[in-house]
Design a protein around this ligand. Structure first.
Ligand code: ZN
Length: 166
């Protein structure tokens, strides 16, 4: 069983294309949903609420005006160009696009990890070598941010310069 788990974790890699530099547009507003059902949307909304609670402020907002905050699009896709990727984020100066692989939606704990991870990329976070952290490139379930990852995430979302975890 342990070897099976290791195989699964080692095959799941989260990707990002880093195009965006500044962070002043946060808080973020997730306003556009592609191929998401009401059930999917409810699940992601709850995960965003949990993240906001952990961050201690409403950083991520589901729905609302695209004129407020940094707009994020979420698309549920059957596959990604790199088959080992389970999520992908593309950051631009004026918006961010997140793709989440459809099979993640059957694994709630893993979905939350991947969703938060891609939000981290939208906010400017890069990967960390620490295992089971939200910004680890290996997708593995975690219950919450560690204190260290949380402070890094918060700093990246609120600072205009500086950062980040390599
Ligand atoms: Zn990543």
């Amino acid at each position: 069983m342990r070897s099976v788990l290791f195989l699964i974790v080692s095959l799941l890699v989260i990707g990002c294309a880093d195009v965006r530099l500044p962070y002043e547009d946060w808080p973020a507003s997730i306003h556009n949903f592609i191929s998401l059902s009401d059930t999917d949307l409810t699940a992601l909304s709850q995960m965003a609420d949990t993240l906001n609670e952990d961050l201690g402020k409403p950083v991520i907002r589901i729905g609302g005006s695209v004129l407020q905050g940094y707009p994020i699009t979420i698309e549920k896709v059957s596959s990604l160009p790199n088959p080992s990727h389970v999520g992908f984020a593309k950051r631009y100066t004026d918006h961010c696009e997140i793709q989440l692989r459809a099979d993640m939606f059957t694994k709630a704990n893993l979905l939350q990890s991947v969703f938060w991870h891609e939000l981290g990329h939208c906010g400017g976070l890069k990967h960390t070598d620490e295992a089971h952290q939200v910004m680890s490139a290996d997708a593995s379930p975690f219950s919450s941010f560690s204190a260290n990852a949380l402070s890094t995430f918060f700093a990246a979302l609120t600072a205009s310069t500086g950062l980040l975890v390599p």
